[in-house]
Ligand binder design. Structure first.
Ligand code: ADP
Ligand code: MG
Length: 268
């Protein structure tokens, strides 16, 4: 059985608007998966059902054998951590260190374990120099890393990142990639929503495409980035190198610049 499953899930907001319709997806332990799709496709609503912030109107969300309908959000938060798209929705402490301590403390970890998790998360996200600073005095990019550290410190089996690349420069995007990589190495399941196709190419194999409240594709990146119909339906662009190799009719599905250089050298 899968580790995390959404079974034919529909979500209707209290105002009557249905944001997600008949969505099914499942994840294995240790997988890293990107969810892509245009604004309003239903990505955030979908992932909020994975950590119990929202409970499905129809269908079931099963996490480690537990149906989220039968558990409180606090109980589910022990298993799945969610980093909000907007850090201001998540931050509420007067300094970075208390912000990161809050989650593991709330989960009842020992003082020793809290300290260990906080330092590990701060090191991994590169925010050790800012631990005594008020989070609101940090620039957006660092605030985002504070919220990521806060979730990492809870040591949940699954971590969801909602648009971590938005508003980040190339150095921060590289750091995000290496954070995801090291969490996956530890055996964690990482689910990331992003608009940055190059980031997907660099860091994920499996890609789920959402459009108009539904999943329209769930496959490996080679399949997804060569399927122009799916990309058009989801209003997404082919990554630059894929577009080049596709247009030039290359046999291989080339996704990054190094592979492209090798192929061109061979042709010459
Ligand atoms: N609290 C809410 N009440 C009503 N509609 C909402 C609410 N939050 C989001 N929506 C709507 O649900 C749809 C899907 O939103 P969302 O899941 O945030 O999509 P995405 O993350 O793919 O941009 C959008 O049309 C959005 O306006
Ligand atoms: Mg969203």
């Amino acid at each position: 059985m899968s580790f995390l499953t959404l079974n034919d899930v529909t979500y209707c907001y209290p105002n009557g608007f249905t944001a997600v319709e008949n969505v099914s997806m499942s994840f294995e332990k240790g997988e890293s998966v990107a969810i892509i799709g245009q604004n309003g496709a239903g990505k955030t609503t979908t992932v909020k059902m994975m950590n119990g912030l929202l409970k499905p109107t129809q269908g079931d969300v099963i996490i480690g054998g537990l149906n989220t309908k039968e558990y409180t959000t606090a109980q589910i938060a022990k298993k799945v951590g969610y980093v909000f798209q907007n850090p201001d929705d998540q931050i509420f402490h007067e300094n970075v260190k208390s912000e990161i301590r809050f989650g593991p403390k709330n989960l009842g970890f020992s003082e020793e374990k809290i300290e260990e998790n906080v330092m590990k998360a701060a090191e991994l996200t590169g925010i050790v120099p800012f631990l005594d600073i008020h989070p609101y005095n940090l620039p957006y990019s660092l605030k985002k890393f504070v919220t990521i550290a806060s979730v990492i410190a809870m040591d949940t089996e699954t971590i969801i990142l909602d648009e971590p690349t938005a508003g980040q420069d190339s150095l921060a995007i590289k750091r995000l990639g290496s954070i995801i990589n090291s969490l996956v190495q530890e055996g964690k399941t990482i689910i990331t929503i992003t608009h940055d196709m190059e980031f997907v190419v660099e860091n994920f194999d499996r890609v789920i495409v959402m459009a108009n409240k539904r999943v329209v594709a769930d496959s490996n990146k080679q399949e997804i980035f060569w399927d122009l119909d799916i990309l058009e339906e989801a209003m997404l662009k082919q990554p630059h190198i894929s577009r080049l190799s596709h247009t030039l009719n290359f046999k291989e599905k080339i996704l990054n610049i190094d592979q492209m250089i090798d192929t061109l050298k061979n042709i010459r």
